[in-house]
Ligand binder design. Structure first.
Ligand SMILES: O=C(CO)COP(=O)(O)O
Length: 248
């Protein structure tokens, strides 16, 4: 069975001291245990150099939280995928709903960023998911299909991208989609991907679930068909909780 990917999105949290403590805690656990899951952390950009310094040569992968679609240039405050790669990242989140909302990112923007990530040798973790209003009006699958179609870059294969289904209403709210809700959407995405790539992508193209994942619900959610891992926000900020999500 393919290994699950447990990725921690720190969002705009952390500090130098926090990062050394959390990463140190994860590294010592990874050294002492063999795990059935792979772990990755996605710290804020300013902490990436420190974190990749600590994780170099270890089993803990690192990802950025965003990248620019261009390789360099006059884009104040942005970070290129090339620089993330140079720093030692393996992943970058693209299209997180907080970026789609806070920075007005469209799926076309997400596609361009994801394409830049692949060209730089990074795996984009492309985030999609419906809002509460869209779910209530019965548009979940329609929204998810549109986001998948419009966000997947042309260079995508079943092994160079990861998708993360994060229903917006379940992010940071403590509300979690039920296993049935998650199964419906993940199975639907799997079908879309199989048709898009004209091959069975099962176990190759990972589809993560995100939205209030914590130790108490991780086993149930990670047991749902076509859930190949988790994208964890709040619970990734505590080493015991993050570890417990991946090691059960
Ligand atoms: O947005 C998320 C991960 O990217 C999920 O956040 P929470 O786990 O805090 O709900």
């Amino acid at each position: 069975m393919a290994r699950k990917l447990i990725a921690g999105n720190w969002k705009m949290n952390g500090s130098l001291a926090f990062a050394s403590e959390l990463v140190g805690g994860l590294l010592s656990r990874l050294e002492q245990n063999s795990t059935a899951a792979d772990f990755a952390v996605c710290p804020p950009a300013a902490l990436l150099g420190q974190v990749t310094g600590l994780t170099k040569g270890t089993a803990l992968a690192v990802g950025g939280q965003d990248c620019h679609a261009n390789t360099s240039g006059a884009h104040t405050g942005d970070t290129s995928a090339e620089l993330l790669k140079d720093l030692g990242c393996q992943y970058v989140l693209t299209g997180h709903s907080e970026r789609r909302t806070d920075h007005g990112e469209s799926s076309a923007d997400v596609k361009a960023k994801s394409s830049a990530a692949i060209k730089a040798g990074l795996i984009p973790i492309i985030c999609i998911g419906e809002t509460e209003g869209q779910r209530v009006s019965g548009d979940t699958l329609k929204v998810v299909e549109q986001q998948v179609r419009e966000s997947l870059p042309d260079e995508a294969t079943s092994v160079n991208v990861v998708l993360a289904y994060e229903p917006v209403w379940a992010i940071g709210t403590g509300k979690t989609a039920t296993p049935d809700d998650v199964a419906e959407v993940h199975n639907f995405i799997r079908g879309l991907l199989d048709r898009h790539f004209d091959e069975a992508t099962d176990g190759k193209l990972k589809i993560l679930y995100g939205g209030s994942v914590k130790p108490s619900n991780a086993a149930e959610l990670l047991g749902v068909s076509n859930v190949d891992g988790a994208l964890v926000g709040g619970a990734s900020l505590k080493v015991e909780d993050f570890w417990a999500i991946g090691v059960r």
